[in-house]
Design a protein around this ligand. Sequence first.
Ligand code: HEC
Ligand code: HEC
Ligand code: HEC
Length: 162
Amino acid sequence: MARVNLPKTCGTCHTGPFVSFQKSHHYKLLTDGDDRGPTCSTCHGEVAAQLLSPVGLANQCSQCHGPDRPVARPGRASEAMLMMTEVREVRHRLTEAQDMIRRVKDRAARTRFEEQWKQAEVPIIEAANAGHEFVFDNLKERLDRARQRTDALLDALISGGR
Ligand code: HEC
Ligand code: HEC
Ligand code: HEC
């Protein structure tokens, strides 16, 4: 499969990452026939669709952007690592909120919390998708929204959910 066609192929199922990837400089390289940039399988493998850890992601960026590399961009790797770490941290708290919601006895309250949980999950999914632009302004905005909603949800659970 030609590297340039891979994003579109994966993108038939993974619209979110594909839409953001198309805004990236990396995508432009691909469509210009420049093979120095990453495509989907660079980070996710050919078949195994694995996810990267924050450190694993930083290592990927550094393969090409490290200080001694041809397309050196100091700071790209550490910024990506920080962003991923923050995404994971909010996701982790959302998982904790989910456990707390399961223990809420009052059914109406539980339904309300579940709705609030979904509202908080949307921007964190969007943040992970936006990461595929590899510049992180949109990711940060989504992440902030997810964090605020998650904090509000946890506050409500702690004060009224038991
Ligand atoms: C025919 C549809 C389809 C195509 C094409 C496809 N995938 Fe997937 N992919 C899925 C489904 C379904 C899942 C499981 C979804 C889940 O677990 O939330 C998945 C899971 C993943 C995951 C893990 C998501 C997670 O949260 O653990 C990654 C990463 C991924 N795919 C990347 C790719 C890449 C890269 C390509 C192209 C080489 C690709 N996929 C092609 C349907 C597809
Ligand atoms: C430079 C590395 C890199 C490249 C290139 C890349 N991804 Fe990702 N991808 C990631 C990281 C990092 C995550 C977030 C993992 C997490 O959330 O734990 C991710 C998450 C995903 C997920 C999980 C769902 C989600 O959005 O959170 C899917 C699906 C996915 N990528 C598909 C793709 C597709 C399709 C392409 C090509 C268009 C692509 N990725 C290119 C690094 C990359
Ligand atoms: C397979 C090699 C490769 C990987 C992996 C890679 N890049 Fe790139 N990236 C490139 C190349 C090549 C360019 C174009 C540089 C040029 O034209 O001077 C580029 C350009 C960029 C640009 C636009 C130029 C700029 O600095 O403003 C950004 C932003 C960027 N990469 C961020 C990242 C981040 C963040 C990661 C890790 C998540 C990453 N890249 C991973 C090869 C790569």
